[in-house]
Structure formats: structure tokens, C-alpha cells
Design a protein around this ligand. Structure first.
Ligand code: NAP
Length: 247
């Protein structure tokens, strides 16, 4: 059995991914930031289904807390085989002329810098040149990286654009080290994140403009993430799966 780290696994897409990976036999590190009870509930749910894992807390916008998280990973008697950089954030819908530097930095700290640091630490543990046995990394980007999120959160869209570039560049750096790096780009998925942007019913407003005419479920994203991690995707690296209802 190997360890899979899923960041932001207390809710939404991360929760569904943790449950899916546990079903596929991974020891899942269910990471959360503040919602301990929700993370514990995810762990209980995956254990009830016969899976195994552990809850880990960290504010990923703080490098020291990321390092503490990897100290937990290093203390496990299992090797790290998969990382899902899922935790992400956005703020109140607005236009670029109203963005503050503080907000831009907060968005980039969690959506860009944290995945960079987590990838750095994962590579040190997975790469053959460091004695590792390879692994798989999946970054959870967004359709916003292609579409720009005008009038809503261009800062968020730009952070996901940076995550796309990390995915492409890192995939080429570490392919020879046995590490595959891919990304998913969800569109409108039914989670709490839309309320955080100030519009809980955002999906209902825009879903009819989507070719598939509906929002997606977290499980529909989790299935793609789990496939990218699995050996079924053994020839897939530097790739993106768009899960955006055809948008
Ligand atoms: P969500 O339901 O809002 O959950 C966010 C997760 O991130 C939670 O587990 C939260 O932990 C964690 N988190 C928040 N701030 C954190 C911090 N500072 N440090 C560490 N963890 C933190 O999100 P979601 O909709 O499932 O989104 C998951 C990913 O998919 C994100 O990267 C998002 O950008 C991307 N995505 C989502 C959609 C969509 O429509 N939902 C579309 C495209 C892309 P706590 O529960 O402890 O707060």
C-alpha cells in the first residue's frame, strides 16, 4: 500500500477524490485547513467502506506548515506514491480594477505557491535520483485558466493559469524520474466554493449556457483524477482533462 496526499479533502472535489482513492487501495492523507470535523467525517466514511487513511491539518499558504505536513508523511511506514494538489480558493466576485495586492497575494499563495512547494517536496521523495520509486501528481486547475473568469475573479483564473504552466514544466523535468504530472480543469462543480465567491446559486444561473446544460458533481472530477493517478494513465504526462460540461 502507498500513500496518497489529497489537499483540501474535507469538502467538495477533494473529499470525493479521497473517497475514490481509498476505494482503489491507497492510504489517503485527508488534508484540511480549518474544518477538522468534516475531515474526520471523510476519514470515517472511507474507513467504513474498508479504506484506510489519516487526517492532517495545515494552512498551505504557509511553507512551514507544508514542511510539517511532509514530516507527517515521512513518519509513515508507507512510501508517498501520489499527490493531488486540490486545495484552492477564490474571493468575492469583482473586476480587476477593484483587486487589492493583499487579495492577489492570498490567492496566489494557496493556488500557486503551495502547489509549487508541495511538488518540490513530493519530487524529493518520489524521484529515482533521490532513491524514490516514482509517482503521480495531479494538479486541480480550472476551466477559468482558459476562460479568464471576467467580472468574477480574474486573479483566480490567472493563478490557475500558473498552475497549468507548473504542470507542463514539471512534467517534462521529472518524466525521466518516474513521475507523471497531469492536471484536471473542472468547470462548474457543485461545491461550497461558489458561495465563497458570493454567489451560492451561480451554477443555476449559468448552467444553461453549458453544452451539457448542468453543473458537475465532485465525483465526476474525482474519477478523472483517480484515472490520472492510476497505472491506466501510465503513458499520460503533462496532460489536461477538461471536466467543464463541454464548455
Ligand atoms: P471547496 O469545496 O471550497 O473546498 C476547499 C478546500 O480547500 C477545503 O478542503 C478547505 O479546507 C481547503 N482550504 C481552503 N483554504 C486552505 C488553506 N489556506 N490551506 C489549506 N487548505 C485550504 O473547493 P472545491 O470547489 O472542492 O475546489 C477544489 C479545487 O477545485 C480548487 O482548487 C478549486 O479551485 C478547483 N475548482 C473548483 C471548481 C468548482 O466549480 N467547484 C471549478 C474549477 C476548479 P477546510 O474545509 O478546512 O476549510
Amino acid at each position: 500500500m502507498q500513500t496518497a496526499l489529497v489537499t483540501g479533502a474535507s469538502r467538495g472535489i477533494g473529499r470525493a477524490t479521497a473517497l475514490q482513492l481509498a476505494r482503489e487501495g491507497w492510504f489517503v492523507l485527508v488534508h484540511y485547513h480549518v474544518n477538522a470535523a468534516k475531515a474526520e467525517a471523510v476519514l470515517a466514511e472511507l474507513q467504513c467502506a474498508g479504506g484506510s487513511g489519516q487526517v492532517v491539518q495545515a494552512d498551505l499558504s504557509d511553507e512551514h506548515q507544508i514542511m510539517a505536513l511532509f514530516a507527517v508523511i515521512d513518519a509513515l511506514p508507507l512510501r508517498l506514491g501520489a499527490v493531488v494538489n486540490n486545495a484552492g480558493t477564490l474571493y468575492q466576485q469583482t473586476t480587476v480594477e477593484h483587486l487589492t495586492v493583499e487579495r492577489i497575494n492570498q490567492v496566489f499563495a494557496l493556488n500557486v505557491t503551495a502547489p509549487f512547494v508541495i511538488c518540490r517536496e513530493a519530487v524529493k521523495r518520489m524521484a529515482k535520483k533521490y532513491g524514490g520509486e516514482g509517482g503521480a501528481i495531479v494538479n486541480v486547475s480550472s476551466a477559468a485558466s482558459r476562460l479568464g473568469a471576467p467580472g468574477e475573479y480574474v486573479d483566480y483564473a490567472a493563478s490557475k493559469g500558473a498552475l497549468d504552466s507548473l504542470t507542463i514544466g514539471l512534467s517534462k523535468e521529472v518524466a525521466s524520474q518516474g513521475i507523471r504530472v497531469n492536471a484536471v480543469r473542472p468547470g462548474l462543480i457543485h461545491t461550497d466554493i461558489h458561495a465563497q465567491g458570493g454567489e451560492p446559486n451561480r451554477i443555476a444561473r449559468v448552467q444553461h449556457a453549458l453544452p451539457l446544460q448542468r453543473g458537475g458533481q465532485p465525483e465526476e472530477v474525482a474519477a478523472a483524477i483517480a484515472w490520472l493517478i492510476s497505472d491506466n494513465a501510465s503513458y499520460c504526462s503533462g496532460s489536461f482533462i477538461d471536466l467543464a460540461g463541454g464548455l
